[in-house]
Design a protein around this ligand. Sequence first.
Ligand SMILES: NC(=O)c1ccc[n+]([C@@H]2O[C@H](COP(=O)([O-])OP(=O)(O)OC[C@H]3O[C@@H](n4cnc5c(N)ncnc54)[C@H](OP(=O)(O)O)[C@@H]3O)[C@@H](O)[C@H]2O)c1
Length: 255
Amino acid sequence: MNYKLNDVALIVGGTSGLGKQTAKILLDLGLNVVITGRCKQKGKNASEELGATFCQMDVGNYQSVKNCFETAGNNHLTLRIMVNCAGFSPAKRIISKGQAHDAKLFTEVINTNLLGALYCASLAAALIAKNDPIGPDQERGIIINTSSTAAFDGQVGQVAYAASKGGINAMTLPMARDLASHGIRVCTIAPGLFDTPLVSALDRKIKKSVQDQIPFPRRFGTPDEFARTVKHIVENTMLNGEIIRLDGGLRMSAN
Ligand SMILES: NC(=O)c1ccc[n+]([C@@H]2O[C@H](COP(=O)([O-])OP(=O)(O)OC[C@H]3O[C@@H](n4cnc5c(N)ncnc54)[C@H](OP(=O)(O)O)[C@@H]3O)[C@@H](O)[C@H]2O)c1
């Protein structure tokens, strides 16, 4: 994509981990970057550190997402890129201690990870569709979602998480088809295990067992490797409607 200097990239969940590093790499390209998250203090710290703008948003709440996108629209910002990195991954089996899956938790995961991705993509697309087309392909912008390898081979306790991320994968192609006539591309990155605050909370034994299953390189990915994939998708106009696994060849076993 031939983005212009000062075009805006909105990184949903850009105050930490994969999103924060993505914000950094897009700022380095000369884009204006807006990062979002729920926690104001985290947002303030990250935006000051990066030189980005912070907008508070809870992706599971449509009105909150709408307010943030309306602010961008009212300020006549040219939104070109939206990357959604917001998400969380609780562990809960389909039954545990004889009890059925907590319906409230399942709903919360779907609200945040799947509906949140839909709200952000749809509101971003509505803004991007108003842009002047640019470059030889007359492109208006790009939407990048983040799923997970759990969408393909979910582990024990990942019923809700895998469902939410599988939904993101399934939305990728139809969304790209819907937006093709507007000159907007859609791609999804499906990371394996990456070294972020989300993963540092996992049990050490679980982390070691997953790491040992990665064919090569036998280590967790770095946020920079994720961010460079975003940059490549932005710059390579031929990538569209695609789900890109970024996992060192990891195909997780049942245990
Ligand atoms: N790290 C991995 O190994 C890995 C692997 C596969 C997929 N992923 C996916 O990659 C994405 C980023 O993960 P990460 O590891 O970078 O996590 P992280 O470091 O915990 O960052 C998550 C970001 O999302 C924001 N966020 C969380 N819930 C939100 C909500 N309801 N509304 C708005 N913002 C919200 C957080 O800010 P606040 O807490 O302030 O809201 C933070 O900015 C997630 O979707 C995750 O599922 C990660």
